[in-house]
Design a protein around this ligand. Sequence first.
Ligand code: NCD
Ligand code: ZN
Length: 335
Amino acid sequence: MQIKLNSPLDMHLHLRDNKMLETVAPLSSYSFAGAVIMPNLVPPITTIEALLEYKKRIIDSTCRDTFEPLMTLFFKDDYKYEFLKEAKKYIFALKLYPSGITTNSEGGVSSMDIESLRETFEAMSELGIPLLVHGETNGFVMDREREFGSVYEQFAKNFPKLKIVMEHITTKESVDLLDRFENLYATITLHHLYITLDDVAGGMLKPHLFCKPIAKRPEDREALLRVALSAHPKVMFGSDSAPHPVDKKESCGCAAGVFTAPIALQALSQLFEKHNSLDNLQAFVSQNAKKIYNLNPPKKEIILEKKPSIVPKSYGDVVPMFADKELSWSIKLVE
Ligand code: NCD
Ligand code: ZN
């Protein structure tokens, strides 16, 4: 059995910088036609200059593959209209992090109060710049995303022209929000379709499955699966592949992030086949994003076949999801 995917897109990707960038960028550029690149470097990407230099380093690392990095700026509530008007020529979106909520988000926004965000949100609405959001409060870890729901509602109601993407959703409440507000969209990761908190901490602790937002309950995963497998038109695949060196994961104080980029399409094929939904995979990994953002990614065809392969134990010093395990699908050809 084979399937062909046209121009798959990863709508939420961490590529890091320097040596890590050189290790991981080719693993995404091999099988994806483009990706939305997260700005949470140290320091975060907050200027057009830094963004363009980072984009060049990404392109230099992608081995001349056909691959379009869609760049994002780290949201600051003091960005003004004139700055954003200039930035719009180079950026895909702004990414908003609540301060300190995840890896390298210390410079994020400290209050979700609408009034302090209004000027920037209005400028973005007018300029047509999408807002990508890491939606978690600093409450109890299992409740953070659900508690952030009211913030999403406020944002969506008060800025109806702003395209708002709830990044890496993990709860059934977030899924429900999609149908309540026209301007709310979502990305869903591979790992949140596969795992629940039980896989992370129900037995021996699995540091390579520890991420933000933390994996939730079986009923939450069911809700995510329902909209992903049916390719609900407001959901897009965003891996949130977030590499950390093995010593930062297998340590006392494990960094958050699951590394999935090199196995994402194979594992998605396996999952969609298991649920008799392979016909919807193209929409989930490309078509929905193209429609939502009016994107025209470079042409690239990925042929996947049902042929078992063993996932490598590591890529450089990064351990992927399913390390040393068998996946039933492989990439046969990229052209
Ligand atoms: C991400 C990272 O490592 O940059 N970590 C994660 O657990 N997902 C940041 C993020 O997207 O939250
Ligand atoms: Zn992320």
